[in-house]
Design a protein around this ligand. Structure first.
Ligand code: SF4
Length: 219
């Protein structure tokens, strides 16, 4: 049994090593300078491309620097910058509500504890891990986004459907020193080759390493 676990881990590490060579510049894509910038960008990022979020935050971050600035703003104020983002109204409300809590309970600072982050409106576990990992170099788990779900299932790294269960499987399979880069690499591969709905297995550079679990049609 233990041998199986270490075999699976060796195979997963081989895939990660190959992906690192293929995508040497894979990184977190949302622009930010401060933890607060990242918190705002991460709230905006659900179900929208990184490019749209980066375009919106370009002007937003010039005008809003502190949690108190957002806390005092109205939804209409934020909409001037974020109207092209999907669900912009709800996300603007969440940003304002989250920043009011930061101003009142955390001296305007983004907390470094997962438990405190998930108490903020618009922030679930995935977003909290994104913030901790990329703003503070605290990596409590692997970020499981839509690309990670799709690609890790096809790679046979998990059989789960629920993101938190997938994260548990990946956290067990992948050594902690690699957790930060897993999302970047699987996202890069998911965008370029292992796409939804059909993966381009015929031009996939890690084809020989992949069991293609659940793949019934491919390009
Ligand atoms: S072989 Fe196909 S399913 Fe596997 S990673 Fe490549 S594109 Fe995705």
């Amino acid at each position: 049994m233990e041998k199986d676990v270490s075999n699976n881990q060796d195979k997963a590490l081989e895939v990660l090593k190959a992906l690192k060579k293929i995508y040497p510049n894979a990184k977190y894509y949302l622009n930010f300078k401060t933890p607060l910038d990242l918190l705002v960008a991460a709230i905006l990022s659900a179900q929208v491309s990184d490019e749209v979020v980066n375009e919106a935050t370009n002007g937003l971050f010039k005008e809003y620097k502190k949690a108190e600035d957002y806390a005092k703003a109205s939804v209409d104020d934020l909409m001037k910058h974020v109207s092209k983002v999907s669900f912009a109204g709800n996300k603007a409300k969440n940003i304002i509500a989250a920043c009011k809590i930061l101003a009142e309970k955390h001296r305007g600072q983004v907390p470094k504890e997962l438990d405190h982050l998930v108490e903020l409106p618009g922030i679930g576990r995935k977003t909290a891990i994104v913030i901790l990992t990329n703003a503070f170099e605290i990596v409590p788990g692997i970020v499981v986004d839509t690309h990670v779900i799709r690609v890790s299932c096809r790679l046979g790294w998990t059989k789960q459907k629920n993101p938190e269960k997938i994260e548990e499987d990946l956290n067990k399979l992948i050594p902690q020193r690699h957790w930060k880069e897993v999302q970047w690499l699987l996202k890069a591969h998911g965008r370029a080759v292992c796409q939804a709905p059909l993966p381009y297995c015929s031009k996939c550079p890690i084809e020989e390493l992949c069991p293609k679990t659940g793949v019934t049609k491919r390009l």
